[in-house]
Ligand binder design. Structure first.
Ligand SMILES: O=C(O)CCC(=O)C(=O)O
Length: 290
């Protein structure tokens, strides 16, 4: 146990961000890539996209398909696609070992705020792919303000400046939740409240993970290449703490105190999301743009 060094843990505690290479093995990520390769194949056929680009590798095919028909991205996010490989990955030992080190507890739940992003070239502001400056705490209800939620952002291909890695403001988490406003790309920090801190350019290789405190401002930069910047952003937190999204499912992924409480039933996870998505979203938005 222990993918991170003491120095890395200390750095995270100071900066509220840690770019850690080599946390995951290729074998941790291969099933997700296989699962989404299968999903894209089925969707491309369903949409009868003229050029199926079947010979292109994972890091290119989706871009070729998306250029022809943007509907290829519909239903791709994790709670809609609900791939068994993704459910399994939420229990990834290498990832949870690191999260346990950073949070200091083996009692962990997966937050329902989880996304897969297939980021293609698109320089337009307000694009889903070019997420503006925000803190993840600003997309939860206030009930989660004291929950130690940790964001794990991990690429499925090398994330570079060219393909749109993230930029992150170190040390700013200490200022708490900053005022956000609504924007085309989602909740964004009010421009006059954005601290003047030199951003950390979070380029990271496949297998690496960018860990962030919930109050760490970050945004994503445009993909300027013809390849896809594939990534997952997942959040974990101590069991028993509010997620700030009580209408969406969270569940235990690790427990030493009560190992039977770990949710290993894929069908139960699917059913929980199907039920949550069938209900209207609560009137009070998760986005604090007030
Ligand atoms: O992946 C991206 O481009 C943005 C991710 C992000 O903003 C987040 O994980 O909160």
């Amino acid at each position: 146990m222990g993918r991170l060094t003491d120095a890395q843990v200390a750095q995270f505690k100071t900066d509220g961000v840690l770019v850690a290479e080599g946390v995951l093995d290729d074998s941790d990520l291969a099933p997700i890539i296989e699962g989404y390769t299968r999903w894209i194949e089925a969707k491309a056929q369903e949409l009868a996209i003229p050029d199926q680009a079947s010979n292109e590798p994972f890091e290119r095919r989706f871009a070729r398909l998306h250029a022809q028909n943007k509907d290829i991205e519909r239903g791709m996010d994790v709670m809609n696609a609900r791939l068994p490989e993704f459910f399994a990955f939420l229990h990834c030992q290498n990832l949870l070992d690191a999260v346990q080190q950073l949070l200091g507890t083996p009692e962990l739940i997966a937050s329902p705020i989880q996304h897969l992003r297939g980021k293609v070239a698109d320089t337009s502001e307000g694009s889903y792919f070019n997420v503006p400056w925000h803190q993840d705490a600003a997309v939860t209800w206030e009930e989660a303000d004291h929950s130690e939620i940790i964001t794990c952002w991990l690429p499925l291909v090398d994330a570079t400046v060219e393909n749109g890695c993230m930029e992150i403001l170190p040390g700013v988490w200490k200022q708490g939740v900053l005022p956000h406003i609504g924007g085309a790309g989602g909740a964004t920090i009010r421009p006059d409240a954005l601290p003047e801190v030199a951003p950390l350019i979070a380029a990271v290789k496949k297998g690496g993970v960018v860990f962030m405190h919930r109050c760490t401002p970050h945004h994503s930069t445009p993909n300027l290449t013809d390849t896809v910047r594939w990534s997952l952003d997942l959040r974990f937190q101590p069991t028993g703490t509010p997620t700030g999204r009580p209408w969406q499912p969270s569940f235990v992924v690790r427990s030493e105190a009560n190992p039977e409480s770990v949710e290993t039933d894929y069908n139960a996870w699917v059913a929980a999301w199907v039920e949550a998505l069938s209900k209207p979203a609560p009137q009070k938005s998760a986005h604090r743009t007030g």
